[in-house]
Design a binder for this molecule. Sequence first.
Ligand SMILES: [Ca+2]
Ligand SMILES: [Ca+2]
Length: 478
Amino acid sequence: MKNKVNVIIIISVLFTGSLFAENLLVNPSFENQTPAFWTGYNAMLNNELLWEQTEVYGGFYSFKVTKSGATNNAVGWISDNNADLYWNNAAAATYSLSAYVKTVGVNTSPANDDAKIGVIFEFKNAAGAELTTQTIWADQSSASVDWAQIQGVAILTEEPASVVVKAIMGKDATGTVYFDNIGCGSDPWSMGLFNGNAETIKGWLNWYGSGNGSYGTVTDNEAHSGSYASELFKPDTTSSTSEIVYYSIPQPVEAGEWYKIGVWVKTADVNDSSAFEPTYILRERLDERIALCYFFHTGDIATEWSVAGGDKFVYIDQRDPATGWTHYVVAEQAPDDATGISVRARFTSNPTGTAWFDNFSAMKMVVATPTITVSVDDGNESYHFPTDFELSHNYPNPFNPVTTIEFAVPHDEWINLTIYNLLGQKVNTLINGVHSQGRYQITWNAQNEFGQPVSSGVYIYTLITKDTRITKKMLLVR
Ligand SMILES: [Ca+2]
Ligand SMILES: [Ca+2]
């Protein structure tokens, strides 16, 4: 049992309510192919609005709007309110407004605003009253204009409570337009526009230094489930030391509860070493390694970005340059001040090659059986889940009258642990139910299922699952 080193934690995790615990993460398998922080604005037809991958100013995606004729309303994309989102705290200041726009076959010489294409920046106060609205218009002097930046300024004398951006075609505008790198930032900095570059998928954020061709994005090149996965890539050079991080938006957790965090990872052509084994939860930043990383957040997870306890890394298997889809799962107790959790696919500074991350999970673990205790025997708050069913020898043995049995469950499954006498008669059933992946400890007090003491002798105990049966003996000496 290779992983049973100094981090044996004996826990009970029975699901209550439903058979499977709820995954807290939004879009954990990247199959919802809509952009983060933006939604459709008055889109009437399927082909009016697309999250585009073929025409981009930068990165892999842009916001596309296409119309063959007049519509009832302006059509386009609208941002979430960015004023206080996460680390933003929009101040009274002068804001630089900008966007890159490319047009293909649009109407020219618009007679009025309804025939125009542009980006509208709306600033409102807490009462919903307009502070200022500024629009930057696309160049419609020709039907088709290649990528060009349009710019404007908004002067705020009052702190805005709402900053919303619309990238639209007026109701009478026609043709196709692409928007990318939409920006709205103040000097000094107090806010930025989330996903103005269209690069992140619903539920996620990303960051990468693209200088040497590195990237983190979502592709359909590989997937553990569905068609899409988060793909992180860095060329085979360490000349750039920038990180690649694809990270989830935080979701609420309950302080003091245990959470199970997991992801499936596949690698190709990555830097490898026989020393690069998969790890437990580490706080050290290892610059050559690829990791599942996560944070517990504190404070208001919608309007703050406060992370408790620093980075938590679970380094993946880099003993070979390519490793097939592998599940990495760990668990940790949320700190007393925890309010949220977020997860990350992460290249630290220097790993190279490609890694795909799919099916992230963050699930609450529910302790539901009082006969099984939760304990941490060495103060270490992390451990690895088992990969096989295991049934330990009881201890002490011989015993009188209490003995302890440990067992391990590699994945969420129904299990039964029953004690028999040497005649094969059932004496007591200790466990019968669905258990989550984990290590467990249960004690037997040498009583049958009616609470009566049993006599000295040899007893058999058997762990049964759908496909497994493990049997061991123990000796009661009264
Ligand atoms: Ca997927
Ligand atoms: Ca882009």
